[in-house]
Design a protein around this ligand. Sequence first.
Ligand code: AP5
Ligand code: MG
Ligand code: ZN
Length: 216
Amino acid sequence: MKLIIVGAPGAGKGTMSEELVKKYNFPHISTGDMFRDHLARKTELGLTAKGYMDRGELVPDSLTIQLVKERLTRPDCKDGYLLDGFPRNEAQAEFFMNMLEETNLGLDAVLYLDVDFDKLIKRITGRRICKECKSVYHIEFSPSKEEGICDNCGGELYQRADDTEEALKQRLTAYSAETMPVINFFEKLGYVRHVNANQSIEKVTEDMFKSLEENN
Ligand code: AP5
Ligand code: MG
Ligand code: ZN
């Protein structure tokens, strides 16, 4: 299966990616996770990306496209992949479409997690992430068994630096201005599967898998 997952910040892309990986066992390529991983290792790329991310702005395309190109051309993507958080503006979509044309990468569907913006502040400020295995939790909607500790690996849970009300505002502005047009672009090409992401995690998961079974 070859998929792109899109949606507003906090729509549930990471959470649904965990479910998709359990089923399809393909590489989960999240540009946000890749930048955070670089930052944790204090690489030049990570330190450059940090300023943009903390403000809720997009990281420059030159850096992002390079990173994705290197990852998508690895052999493990030939049989399937899940792109989370990319492409997110017109230039990235153009790069991706060129890549589809020039290689036999292929794309099956674009999963669009459609959510009302007023749901997002609570999801974002209550999110906790495992430092080690990156599992996603929520203090109210998806709590770990022991506070602050990951169920999967025992790692420490942390809050992202951009999970503040102020950064979220800027992330939503970037999403509306730059990413919504990309979703419309894929919609016109017939790739988009709509998933109502306002519901419980269980219901969104169920609807998402149903939408993938439908023949479009
Ligand atoms: P990125 O890491 O991609 O962040 P984002 O797009 O803002 O999305 P999030 O990861 O915040 O949300 P999500 O949809 O994954 O939600 P989650 O499942 O965690 O990007 C971060 C930054 O990196 C960008 O701002 C930019 O600076 C940079 N960047 C990344 N990609 C880039 C690119 N291509 N180009 C340029 N810059 C780029 O869920 C959120 C919370 O809600 C969790 O706590 C979860 O448990 C809970 N939850 C999930 N679903 C539900 C539900 N149905 N009901 C209740 N709670 C739920
Ligand atoms: Mg995410
Ligand atoms: Zn963990």
